[in-house]
Design a protein around this ligand. Sequence first.
Ligand code: GTP
Length: 306
Amino acid sequence: MYDTFTEIPLSERIQRLHDASPLLIGVFDEHDMLRYANPAFRRALGLRPDAFMTWQDLMRLNHKQKVGTRIDSPDFEAWLASARSRRGKLPYRGFEVDRTDGRWHFMTESLAPDGWMLCVAVDITDVRADERSLRADRDGAWKAARTDALTGVSNRMHILQLLDEQIAQLRSGGQPCGIALIDLDHFKSVNDRYGHYGGDLVLRDFAHVAASTLRRVDGFGRLGGEEFLAVLPGVDRAELAAVVNRLHEAVRRSTPLPDYPGFHYSFSAGAGMLEGGEDALTNIRRVDHALYEAKGSGRDRCVMLT
Ligand SMILES: Nc1nc2c(ncn2[C@@H]2O[C@H](COP(=O)(O)OP(=O)(O)OP(=O)(O)O)[C@@H](O)[C@H]2O)c(=O)[nH]1
């Protein structure tokens, strides 16, 4: 398509506007890999013109080089897990971002049904600065209310809320959704042998491994104790089984206790497709039966509901 006055192709005109704009414009694919970023986006996040990476690696780079997004948390992995638990879960959201150079951005995320995401941010450093600390406190409280303090993933309330949203989607004719109820095996003996602190390290490791294995659109939260729930929109039974299988393999490779490099742990899972005709707790009860069966038949396995 051509601009009628100047004969410049519209796509090129849009490209030039992006290149010159102080707006940060970035596009991530369904695997959260950066696929497009305009120069302002690259400058703000300290990215070279030819660099493409996942959002997680981008945040790692920002944290290491102290550029771009300000990440003050002493536990970077917990910060990452917490940020991921909210990232790309809604069709649209906007939030304020604090940068290491003292500037502030209002970042928006627009999600397409296929998982691609458009991120556009505007500099708001000079706007309503007086109320910023108030807003930051409010946002901090909002996040804390949805985050599991030990592992950084969604807490019980937040993951059940994500589950409710998927049930509502299903009821309005939306995509299918898989769920997996996961329980670490023999966790009491992990605590007995390595102490409560050792047990906590294992819980954090599992949350980290799961967050790295699942997709951005997936929900993942700790229901309590050593029990977790994964919510996987858009998968069928075979894909659901493959995801849990990948998680099993990743956990088998993991060595969460630095003082005991030979220590490994496992989990059992019950998994199935979400039923739109049932509420969240009834759905969880169904996969809980499968989890019980997985425990009873030897652990370190997943039982899929038919
Ligand atoms: N370290 C630590 N332990 C916890 C936490 N929450 C719950 N636990 C412990 O997790 C253990 C769960 O034990 P059980 O429910 O008996 O199950 P299990 O030993 O994992 O055995 P199976 O589930 O049958 O494989 C208990 O010892 C709890 O004290 C926590 O936040 N940190």
